[in-house]
Design a protein around this ligand. Structure first.
Ligand SMILES: Cc1cc2nc3c(=O)[nH]c(=O)nc-3n(C[C@H](O)[C@H](O)[C@H](O)COP(=O)(O)OP(=O)(O)OC[C@H]3O[C@@H](n4cnc5c(N)ncnc54)[C@H](O)[C@@H]3O)c2cc1C
Length: 429
């Protein structure tokens, strides 16, 4: 470590019960939940809010539930500037366009929302601070600290700020919520699992009269320059500020993965839907940016040596639809529960329950998602699905519930029973 001077926000040596690295939705939700339970939490974010994050800005009912659980009721209902709510998904595939309302269930809210990540992430981070977490912005965590030479237990993290100040936060538990790059997980030697799906997606924004749409839209018939169907999907998500978020993603199982220019693909696809959505170059308000989407627990173990991976750092995105915000926030709530329990029993081995419980909760579903991503990686399967499966409304309802991971735990609906049974039978990832 070089110079050890005080950062405006942190002393050179700071102590806490838990240090959370990264104030995206996963880290901020973990910090809020831990602070609610009375723990002293330092939440460290390398950027300063409001900050952007490449995303579709789509918040499914699973996210809305997390917002309601955190007490962010007005935001979840879209009653605050910057937030909008929608009824469901309008899906476009082959010749078919179908509106599928979000399912009305006992366990999940019946609506979804959108908010730019500038608005969304700052809201959750400020909420965590209001609950008592010590939010520190503009400070990068540089690595884990160890209690002993054998590196068997973490004792905190080291940090550096933009002015070159350096220091340490000492804590017996670290939550790594530092995103898809997973810098902390890499320090721990956790590698990506090559047999887990990945996606890369790109997005931009346009001013559009369709910004007041009650539906989010997805498009299953993405094609390359030669008219070949691609394994992925495009989206148009309406926002509260008169713009729409427009993007597309491709799965790692597809032939074209890593070979296409996302910028060109998005430009030409947006041009193709311009009559309906006004996605012309003149209306574009941002540059096109892309990012990785790590899916289906593609980095494990989820706990080791006192460090718990939350959200993208553990590759927790849903392989069926590319949704990652809710999984980061749900994992954060579970991490807070497990940490709280381990602090009560004073048995650090209790932290292993985090890995076990998460795999029990989503492992079977992610295995199904892995099979799905392998199937739709084949353009022929994709073609059959969009041409012949799409027109059947009851089938699409079932597929929608499966892909959005929205069923009741104790279901009365036969579709939910079927999906829950499949998840239970699939071996946990
Ligand atoms: C193009 C695209 C579209 C997407 N669309 C959607 C969508 O519509 N809906 C959806 O649910 N999901 C979507 N996702 C996935 C979603 O963005 C992620 O799953 C989600 O952001 C994960 O949250 P997180 O808290 O784990 O990580 P992040 O949101 O990535 O947050 C990580 C935080 O850690 C900080 N950080 C990193 N390193 C350090 C460090 N060393 N020290 C301190 N701080 C650090 C970062 O600055 C960041 O703030 C999309 C992803 C992409 C790429």
């Amino acid at each position: 470590m070089g110079s050890v001077a005080q950062s405006p926000q942190l002393s050179p040596v700071e102590r806490a019960d838990v240090v959370v690295v990264g104030a995206g939705p996963g880290g901020a939700a973990a910090a809020a939940n831990l602070a609610d339970r009375g723990h002293d939490v330092v939440l460290i974010e390398k950027d300063r809010f409001p900050r952007d994050k490449v995303c579709g800005d789509g918040l499914t009912p699973r996210v809305v539930k997390e917002l309601l659980d955190l007490g962010l009721t007005d935001e979840a209902h879209g009653r605050v500037d910057g937030w909008a709510t929608q009824k469901g998904l309008r899906i476009h595939g082959g010749p078919t366009v179908m509106e599928l309302p979000w399912p009305q269930l006992d366990d999940w809210p019946g609506w979804g929302a959108t908010a730019t990540r500038k608005v969304f992430d700052e809201t959750i981070a400020r909420h965590a601070a209001a609950r008592g977490a010590r939010l520190v912005e503009g400070v990068s965590v540089t690595g884990p600290l160890w209690r002993d030479g054998s590196e068997s237990r973490v004792s905190g993290v080291s940090w550096r700020d933009g002015d070159g100040n350096e220091g340490r936060v000492l804590a017996p538990v670290v939550v790594a919520a530092d995103g898809a790059g997973g810098p902390l997980a890499k320090h721990l030697g956790s590698a990506r699992r090559p047999n887990r799906p990945m996606a890369v997606a790109a997005r931009t924004y346009y001013r559009s009269p369709r910004a007041n749409d009650d539906w989010i839209s997805s498009f299953l018939d993405l094609t390359d320059g030669q008219g070949e169907l691609l394994s992925g999907y495009g989206w148009v998500f309406p926002l509260d500020d008169g713009t729409i978020n427009v993007g597309l993603g491709l799965l790692s199982t597809s032939r074209e993965f890593g070979k296409v220019s996302y910028k060109k693909l998005l430009e030409s696809w947006a041009d193709g839907i311009a009559d309906d959505f006004a996605t012309t170059e003149a209306n574009r308000t941002e540059r096109i940016r892309s990012g990785p989407i790590p899916m289906g627990f593609n980095r494990t173990p989820l706990h080791q040596r006192g460090v718990l991976l939350v959200g993208d750092s553990g590759g927790m995105v849903n392989p069926f639809n590319g949704e990652g915000i809710s999984y980061a926030m749900e994992a954060a709530a579970l991490a807070a529960d497990v940490i709280d329990g381990a602090m009560t029993t004073r048995r650090t081995s209790d932290l292993d329950r985090y890995d076990q419980l998460l795999r029990q909760r989503w492992g079977g579903y992610y295995t199904l998602g892995k099979v799905f991503s392998e199937l739709v990686g084949n353009p022929t399967v994709m073609h059959i699905c969009t041409q012949y499966g799409m027109p059947y409304r009851p089938l699409m309802h079932l597929v929608f519930k499966l892909m959005a991971h929205l069923t009741d735990r104790d279901p009365s609906d036969a579709k939910d029973v079927m999906i829950n049974t499949l998840q239970r039978l699939a071996p946990a990832a």
